[in-house]
Write a protein that binds this ligand. Structure first.
Ligand SMILES: Cc1cc2nc3c(=O)[nH]c(=O)nc-3n(C[C@H](O)[C@H](O)[C@H](O)COP(=O)(O)O)c2cc1C
Length: 365
């Protein structure tokens, strides 16, 4: 490929002295409202948008553009693309570069069958040559930061080393690695050993991703993988204080525990942030339940909050449940780790129906 001048690594202003933190891109979650809520409790070093779909007719989705253009968090936002058509990926990257993006990120991980069968997202991990063409094209169109988010492979790690070499060849600036295969979806063992392999093989910083549940786990994952930092998804929905806690832990301080009263305040903030004129109450309540599915994993070990929350039909019901479970003993600790066996639903990995993409309708913790 042609030599496009670009920064060989993240410029110093984007590299804090401590390990990096990033909020993982999550479709239908990491929008402007959610990024604002997360920033309130202690922003990560980087945000990533949910993926922008790229194909012949695609135009950047307006609501995703808002998370870039109107972002008031003060933190850099990478715009993530999913697609396989080189021409349209370049066209979209060039359009996005007219917005205040920190850089362009390529999705090489989405595990939804409807996505990977189109040979985009995680589907591309089966074809390293095709990945090479796409990386070359995007590298040539992105003079600034070009980043990649990938899994360790499709069925297994057979192409991992080849894919990592392509990351070097095309001078990717930052690599996020979710340490699972596409086949694993969101469950099962996270291969931190393979993330460590990526760290030792690529020249750019690597963010370790997958089941980083707490600041203590983040510190352990950074130790184990030598990654430049961590990318956190579902556990930031459960615990939006997690990035602040990570920073404290990385600085050698023990984070102060979160109390159930603080969680009640988070629920209210999230409710107000995610509402908009015209959103029917039952849709808003259902949307909240998807976030609270994760929050409930740290409220009580028996899952009583989750049980009651799932039965709420109105805003009033929902807040009554929150008051009952979160304000009865507001000083009680919200568990830093999810309680074992308290699972967020639905259980897409076991479901007969295929998820359309990655969404809170289908992904569990
Ligand atoms: C609801 C949901 C939506 C997701 N959407 C995206 C996405 O748009 N792009 C992407 O690269 N990964 C997406 N992911 C994957 C996450 O970025 C992350 O890799 C995965 O959840 C593992 O990290 P975690 O254990 O910290 O959640 C999504 C995950 C979830 C739970």
């Amino acid at each position: 490929m042609g030599a496009t001048p670009h920064a060989p690594a993240l410029p110093a202003r984007l590299l804090p002295p401590a390990p990096l933190t990033a909020l993982a891109p999550m479709q239908d979650v990491t929008d402007l409202a959610f990024m604002g809520v997360i920033a309130h409790y202690g922003p990560p070093d980087y945000f990533f948008t949910e993926f922008l779909r790229v194909h012949a007719q695609s135009r950047p989705e307006p609501h995703i553009l808002r998370s870039i253009d109107e972002n008031a968090t003060g933190r850099p936002v990478f715009a993530q693309l999913i697609g396989e058509d080189v021409h349209h990926l370049r066209r979209t990257a060039e359009a996005l570069l007219r917005h205040p993006v920190a850089g362009i990120d390529l999705n090489l991980g989405c595990p939804a069958p409807k996505v990977y069968r189109k040979n985009v997202g995680g589907g591309l991990l089966r074809e390293p040559e095709r990945v090479g063409e796409i990386l070359a094209a995007l590298r040539a169109s992105v003079p600034g930061l070009f980043t990649v988010k990938m899994r360790i492979g499709f069925e297994d790690d057979r192409h991992l080393d080849r894919l990592l070499d392509l990351v070097n060849e095309h001078r990717v600036d930052l690599l996020s690695v979710h340490g699972r295969t596409v086949r694993q979806m969101y469950r099962g063992e996270v291969r931190y050993d393979l993330i460590a392999r990526a760290v030792s093989r690529v020249r750019c910083p690597v963010l370790a991703n997958g089941n980083v549940t707490s600041a203590a786990k983040a510190a352990a994952v950074v130790r184990e993988t030598s990654a430049a930092g961590v990318m956190i998804g579902r556990h930031a929905i459960r615990n939006p204080w997690i990035f602040r806690h990570c920073r404290e832990r990385f600085a050698g301080r023990e984070p102060a525990p979160v109390r159930l009263g603080d969680v009640r305040e988070y629920v209210e903030r999230l409710y107000h942030a995610t509402g908009f004129p015209g959103l029917a109450e039952h849709h808003h309540v259902n949307k909240m339940k998807k976030y609270l599915n994760f929050v409930g994993q740290s409220v009580d070990p028996a899952g009583a909050f989750l049980h009651d929350m799932r039965r709420a039909a109105t805003e009033q019901d929902l807040f009554n449940v929150c008051d009952r479970h979160l304000l009865a003993e507001p000083g009680r600790e919200f568990a830093a780790e999810p309680f074992p066996g308290v699972v967020a639903r639905p259980n897409c990995e076991d479901a007969a129906t295929e998820p359309a993409a990655c969404s809170l309708d289908t992904v569990t913790a």
